[in-house]
Design a protein around this ligand. Structure first.
Ligand SMILES: *[C@@H]1O[C@H](CO)[C@@H](O)[C@H](O)[C@H]1NC(C)=O
Ligand SMILES: *[C@@H]1O[C@H](CO)[C@@H](O)[C@H](O)[C@H]1NC(C)=O
Ligand SMILES: *[C@@H]1O[C@H](CO)[C@@H](O)[C@H](O)[C@H]1NC(C)=O
Length: 486
């Protein structure tokens, strides 16, 4: 059960009632448009529901995810079209009678009969594609397959719906043309450039029921060229160590990187790789380097692997921005693995840096507590993080430790970390996550007291804006956007 379970009792009860009761016929979908942006390790799906209330006071809209979709969905958020604020979302988990995973969305204002609203549901799917063929020679192109379902299912009746699948390149090798599809008299599927459109399909009855799936749902498969490496971080261990004596925040990432592209057929030829690179035609399934946006204001960056220091990377640091201003600046690291990373290969390395603690810390004189914000991870576009552990090590003797994560962790703990210079050890906050995506950037705020001796070397005035961020973190954590995993 999510940590911030706030369902009204009526909702809670309805979870045990048949779906038709839960959905209560209070809406109708006048139109659904689903757009799937195909990628490598991540696939972004945006579904817009134009909904119409069928009775007065309709404020809770239910969406349903099928088994496969749920298994791959690592992020789900709901907004009103054109707005940036996330709507409160409740996760009801698996609903046995229907065979679906249900989520309810609370509309900001209840709708009366015939009133309409446009809901936008964004999800990120992980591990939803796989290389096909599974093996490729060094000079071969790379292609992926993606499976999905033809129809967007809903507990409500739908007047019209369509699904657009966008491939990153117009080179789509194949796509399914389902047969015997009801709900349309026209072509089931059309392709224009890199976009494949299924539908429009008309007059679909409430469909989030197993019987409908068995009789009417169809599987679709897209086979497309993908010209970038498919990257997964199978393990990320981030350790953030706060030192008031040194006024320093050290962040260190231990990373296992995996290239999930096709396995290499035959031997790797460095000569071939170099000549491909020379002609600007590097094989799409070989990773020569990774571009990382590290925070501004960092220094003493280090990068080593099992063999030792890796010195072939390029770093461009940027001075830190004043707290409270838009932090759009970053340092840029072009990280080169010791060897080009081929499909199926792994690369383990350690990357770390120091920053001035005052860039991350504030002091709240009202509570007498320090507040330190630690980014959960360095977000890398299109990369999934399978397992993440973030440990924040506080100064020795810190007390009254509290923390606020932007989304609930799978597990969390406070323990004591002892190094050889310590006497009583330091409190360590550890949070674990799975399936983090490019939507999961965010900051863990830790608050604590430090008794008399330890102080920030440069006393940090509380920037009100910083406390503002902190308040924002409180607000955000009330909305549970993380899906539960098995
Ligand atoms: C809602 O719309 C339908 C169809 O347009 C109409 O028949 C009905 O009277 C409307 N109901 C109300 C309460 O306005
Ligand atoms: C790696 O680099 C760091 C800093 O540049 C240096 O202190 C360390 O001795 C180097 N280690 C090896 C194994 O070369
Ligand atoms: C890469 O790592 C994964 C899991 O981390 C493991 O299953 C796989 O065997 C590794 N591959 C190689 C070639 O070592």
């Amino acid at each position: 059960m999510p940590r911030h379970w706030r369902a009204p009792l009526s909702l809670l009860l309805s979870a045990f009632l048949p779906l038709c009761t839960l959905a209560a016929n209070s809406f109708e979908n006048t139109a659904i448009v689903r757009t799937v942006e195909l990628g490598g390790a991540l696939v972004h799906v945006t579904t817009t529901y134009a909904v119409k209330a069928l009775e007065d006071g309709s404020s809770v809209y239910t969406i349903a995810l099928g088994e496969r979709e749920h298994a791959h969905t690592a992020w789900l958020e709901a907004k009103l079209k054109g707005q940036t604020e996330r709507l409160p979302l409740e996760d009801f988990g698996y609903h046995r009678d229907s065979g679906f995973y249900l989520y309810t969305i609370e509309l900001p204002k209840a709708l009366n009969v015939n009133q309409t609203s446009n809901l936008v549901i964004e999800t990120v799917q992980t591990h939803a594609t796989y290389p096909w063929p599974e093996e490729a020679a060094q000079k071969d192109p790379q292609s992926l397959k993606y499976h999905s379902e033809l129809l967007v299912l809903s507990p409500y009746k739908t007047a019209v719906q369509r699904t657009k699948i966008r491939s990153p390149s117009p080179q789509v090798h194949s796509y399914t043309t389902p047969e015997d599809v009801e709900f349309t008299t026209d072509a089931v599927v059309t392709k224009a450039g890199a976009t494949i459109t299924y539908g429009p399909f008309y007059d679909i009855p409430p469909s989030a029921i197993q019987d409908f799936v068995d009789k009417k749902q169809k599987e679709i498969v897209i086979h497309y060229a993908f010209d970038y490496p498919v990257l997964e971080i199978t393990e990320l261990r981030r350790t953030a160590e706060i030192s008031h004596w040194g006024a320093n925040l050290n962040i260190q990432d231990n990373i296992n990187l995996h290239n999930a592209g096709p396995r290499l057929k035959g031997h790797f030829s460095r000569l071939e790789h170099q000549s491909q690179a020379y002609f600007g035609k590097a094989a799409p399934h070989v990773l020569p380097s990774l571009q990382l946006h590290l925070p501004a204001g960092i220094h003493d960056v280090y990068y080593y692997d099992l063999v030792g220091n890796v010195s072939t990377s390029h770093l461009r640091t940027t001075p830190s921005t004043p707290k409270g201003t838009e932090a759009n600046r970053f340092s840029f690291l072009e990280l080169r693995p010791r060897y080009p990373l081929l499909g199926g290969w792994n690369y383990s390395f350690t990357l770390g840096w120091d920053s001035s603690l005052s860039d991350y810390a504030g002091f709240d004189s009202k509570t007498g507590k320090y507040v330190v914000g630690v980014p959960i991870m360095t977000v890398i576009p299109s990369v999934v993080v399978d397992d993440a552990e973030v440990a924040i090590i506080l100064p020795e003797g810190a007390t009254d430790v509290d923390y606020y994560a932007p989304y609930p962790a799978l597990s969390e703990s406070i323990s004591t970390h002892i190094t050889y210079l310590d006497t009583i050890g330091r409190p360590k906050v550890t949070l674990k996550y799975q399936q983090l995506t490019d939507k999961h950037g965010g900051v863990i705020y830790v608050t604590y007291k430090v008794p008399f001796t330890a102080h920030l070397r440069k006393p940090v005035a509380v920037a009100t804006a910083f406390i503002g961020f902190f308040a924002l973190a409180f607000a955000v954590k009330r909305v549970d956007i993380r899906l539960r995993r098995k």
